[in-house]
Each structure stands twice: as C-alpha cells, then as structure tokens.
Design a protein around this ligand. Sequence first.
Ligand SMILES: Cc1cc2nc3c(=O)[nH]c(=O)nc-3n(C[C@H](O)[C@H](O)[C@H](O)COP(=O)(O)OP(=O)(O)OC[C@H]3O[C@@H](n4cnc5c(N)ncnc54)[C@H](O)[C@@H]3O)c2cc1C
Length: 219
Amino acid sequence: MSSALDVIVVGGGLMGSAAALQLAEGGMRVALCEARQLAMGASGVNAGTLSMQTKRVPLIPYALRGYEWWKRAGDAVGFKETGSLTLAYTQAEAEGLAQRMSARRNAGAPIEMITATAAHALEPGLREGLAAASYCAADGYANSSLTGSYYRARLRAAGAEVHELTPVQAIIPLRKAPGLARRSSASSCATSSSADAGSTSTITIFCWGVRRTLPDPNL
Ligand SMILES: Cc1cc2nc3c(=O)[nH]c(=O)nc-3n(C[C@H](O)[C@H](O)[C@H](O)COP(=O)(O)OP(=O)(O)OC[C@H]3O[C@@H](n4cnc5c(N)ncnc54)[C@H](O)[C@@H]3O)c2cc1C
C-alpha cells in the first residue's frame, strides 16, 4: 500500500466504495481495503430494489440523490426504471396510504395517488376489490451483482488504490489531530501485507447506523 495516503476506507461494499469514490474524485489520495472482493457482502446479493415508496420520510432526500446516482450508472449496474405500485384494499388502508405517500411527496418523492381503475390499467393482473393505489414512476431496480465490477472500474479510473482480499486487522491511532472533531484522528491500518500505511484518516464502513426517534413510526 502506498505510504502517501489521505484516507483509508475499510470495507468495499456500497457504502465504502461510494465514499472512497467521492473522496478520490474530490482529489484525495485514497486506498480502499476489502476483506473479500468488492460488493461480496450485502451490496452484491441484495434484491436491488430502488423504491421511494418504502423509504422513511427523513431518508427521501438521500433516496433521491441515490436514485440519480444509479440512473447515471445506467446499464453498467443494470438500472431499470419500471415504476411501482402500493395497493390498498380497504378504506382504512387507502386513508393510511394517502397519508404516508403525501408525507413522501412533500419530501420530494414523485409519488401520486391513483384510482383503482388506473392501477388496473398499469397492472391488469391485480386482484379485484382495490380501494386505491399509490404510484411512483421513478421506482425501479438495479442488478446488485454488477455493483462490484462497476465500482472497481470507477475507483481505478479515479486513481484510488483498491486492495481486495485485504482484511484490516487493526486500526491504530497515531496521534490526535488538534482542532479536528473528536472522532477524527490520524491512524494507520494493519493488514496482513502492510502494518503501516503512514499517517492517514481511516473511515470504517461496514456496520453503521443512526438510532433516532421518528415523529411517527408509520411514516
Ligand atoms: C437479503 C437483502 C436484500 C436487500 N435488498 C435491498 C434492496 O432491494 N434495496 C436496497 O436498497 N437495499 C437492500 N438491501 C440492503 C443493502 O444491501 C445494504 O443496505 C447495503 O448493501 C449495505 O452496504 P454496506 O457497504 O454498508 O455493507 P456491505 O455490503 O456488507 O459491505 C461491507 C464490506 O466490508 C467488508 N469488511 C468487513 N470487515 C472488514 C475488514 N476487517 N477489513 C476489510 N473489509 C471488511 C465486508 O467484506 C463487506 O464487503 C438488502 C440487504 C439484504 C441482506
């Protein structure tokens, strides 16, 4: 591994690969260490669904940006814009659906409520008795098995070092960087082939999450 790096990203799933790519395209010297090969975890085996209707309201702005990202990647990730329906078969379900989708539409998602007749025109195989439906023309899917090869090519083109079959065994703090946030400190990564990659920032991306209280769990 090069000794002149700004950042080492640990974990080459979607999150790590996208972060490393953004940093490399922004001009930083980046190395990405992946224990197996890129996107061999959840990122390479998931259903690939790109859905605004199933996203929580606070996540809609991110889903919109992610959607544009997949759309630009196009055939290289098997992107398909198919549209999607969510169905309500009772009046109570229809009211709940309208409320949930209205919140998403207000957050920017291109979702509309449509009549049962319009839903049947889009999907003739639907069971009879539909009360209402919501429709998002922008929903679709990508082929997750193409994720790894897509990011490998983009990362290399952006000048990032991609180290596959390179599990990081330890992150060793070297010094606290004065003036930086508490969790930003210089560190080095230990792998089986390299015990010291110099003084760099390390981003560990394979298990992260933010626990927060949402105003309404149904939204
Ligand atoms: C069955 C299933 C279906 C899903 N369907 C969808 C869907 O339809 N639509 C959707 O948007 N999302 C879906 N998801 C969620 C989506 O797949 C994940 O949110 C996403 O892939 C997470 O990416 P990640 O980079 O955080 O994690 P991962 O893809 O798990 O990447 C983590 C990487 O870190 C590497 N790693 C771990 N430890 C080390 C180490 N010490 N050194 C180096 N590397 C290390 C791992 O090998 C792995 O490659 C689905 C998930 C699953 C499991």
